[in-house]
Design a binder for this molecule. Sequence first.
Ligand code: NOJ
Length: 746
Amino acid sequence: MNFKKIASALLALGIFTISQTVFAQDEIDKKVDSVLSKMTLAEKVGQMNQYNGDWEATGPVTKDVGNKLDEIKQGRVGAVLNIMGSAHTKMFQDAAMQSRMKIPLLFGQDVIHGYRITFPIPLAEAASWDPDAIERAERIAATEASASGINWTFAPMVDIARDPRWGRVMEGSGEDPYLGSLIAAARVRGFQGRGLGSIDAVMACAKHFAAYGAAVGGRDYNSVDMSLHQLWEVYLPPFKAAEEAGAATFMNSFNDLNGTPATGNKYLQRDVLKGKWNFKGFVVSDWGSIGEMIPHGYAKDNAEAALFAVTAGNDMDMESRSYIGNLEKLVNDGKVPMSMVDESVKRILRKKFEMGLFDDPYRFINASREKSMLNRPESREEAREIARKSVVLLKNDKQLLPLSRQLKTVALIGPLAKAKKEQKGFWSLDIDPNEDIQSVMEAMEKAAPMTKFLYSYGCNIDDQTKSGFADAVETAKKADVVVMAMGEAPDMTGEAKSKANIHLPGVQEDLIKAVVETGKPVVVLLMAGRPMIFNWTADNAQSILYTWWLGSLGGGAIADVLYGDYNPSGKLPITFPRTEGQIPIYYNHFNTGRPGVSDKDVFYKSAYIDLPNSPRYAFGYGLSYTTFQYTDDDAFYSKAQIKDNETLKISLTIKNTGQYAGEETVQLYIRDLVSQPLRPVKELKDFKKVFLQPGESKKVTFTIDRNMLYFYNDNLEYVTQPGDFQVMIGSASDDIRLHRTFELTN
Ligand code: NOJ
């Protein structure tokens, strides 16, 4: 066995990665050049072409498709999507191996929150504020997907979203650039594991580049109009973090940005991503987004759309057929230089080499591995753990929660009490159609065998009728405690699922009223993919847990929280508005010239006359079954200074003053008090998780350094400005327990 074979054998076992070993970058570049030199123009264009598979569509289906397997055999396809499982991927890879150049296919898939095991939706996971746990979740998703022939996921979605009407808010990490960046990097690390070339790594794809989450009115696919300053400060940081973490690919987006569709946007793709950030991977279009430049009114036909996209730096065409139909002619007519096509093909081939696909096109296609890697017990444990961490306790009057296992009778009411598959939420895969998922009711029955459980559905999610209310009320009256499982349907958030009305749907809030009016203690579980509006419930229900969609292990995780086997620790990654009219509402806004302190300051509040200025629940908010006391470790506030590369340490003591062991997420925000241009009233810059037994105290120390103080000036230079800064440390963005100021000097 020669060295290369030994290395390949070790690689197959996942012992070390290609990038660390024999296949150094320059060697890969030589191989790429060698393959490229043998390719015809048509074959090069083929590498830049991606087709949807034959059994599932996640976008509008292209008309007039030929036989895809034949096209693959002709070398006209470089990647496919929505082809899963070892048998199915093998069939397609066999076709690629019959092409003249035998270039292996990439198999892309939306592995958004798990593959066989569905993890909580990404927004829920973000509520854990636990990048390590999120990385482990993506590691499992990648291990499962890669064992099923997938080598490329269209994730992470790292779009900042400040508008809960937008259906895709469920797919990202919420509104904050700092938290969003940490999670973006964690997801990339999780997907790519020990590096491309490991048998259990899939290529990550940071999407949607860029600013897709800022669609006007929260309407999916809509225009985005924003200053470059806001783009760089708020929307680009998670992309930068994903790139720095090594994301192999990027996907552009459907929206136009200031009048230029992102797919045809040279500034974003060539100048920023491939230029300033020196990104070495490749860019894929979103589904049909090259062709969509025609209805946008940007390109007159498919040929012009292809010309604009390739010129702007879009390397691969997902399902527009604009490249396969036009690129060859564009090159032959001298409109697109061959070097431009070569550059895109090199980027794509390089990744195929790095993935080890040229050594073994079937390395991810292995039926026995597939069987052994999916749905492993330890992976399910991890999924349950992160599901528990994702739950946010919004209210817990008179410590109704956790529930006692000694309760005689509990009534479960609501349209989601018996929900099973629904808990997987949008963008989940149905790998095992017989997947056995526990409903909340089943999980509670298992957790509390001494308790008698009663059930009444009350109403369906979207019902306008109250015909089920009487039975629900009668059922509630027979119980010691009522648990109501309410919320959205899983397909009410996700792609193309924007809503103008994000109130708890149908008559559900009326049902909550009817049940609360019985006088019984009521716990409301809210399952949804976005922040919903539920003011009456927020004011009147005794306890509220926001559970989002928690995935395959959701039922058990909710029971763990209800019975106190897990003390909730989630914090909101996105602001919850009081009503739709407040949107967009986010914590890191600028002050106006008339900020006001009270809602009575008519001319000084820059808000609505019919609403308080504050949100319903602020970014960073989330309760625990226990309470935490914050004590400043210094006897007085001192005004400190930071010079050059000095750091400033701030310490405080956190004490668990309640009855339960629990974890607090201590959040550090900074405000630049005077600056040009303006800086937000607060920005999250760090946080620490502290786990404490009842009565226990721990010292928490934050280190402030100059890196936390950079921002983009009017010329988009990344700078610091000397002056005074305020530090705010607390339990939520609106619950600050400790203030400090310091001065940055030059
Ligand atoms: C369109 C979505 O915008 C994108 O996120 C997804 O990856 C593709 N469809 C493929 O399904």
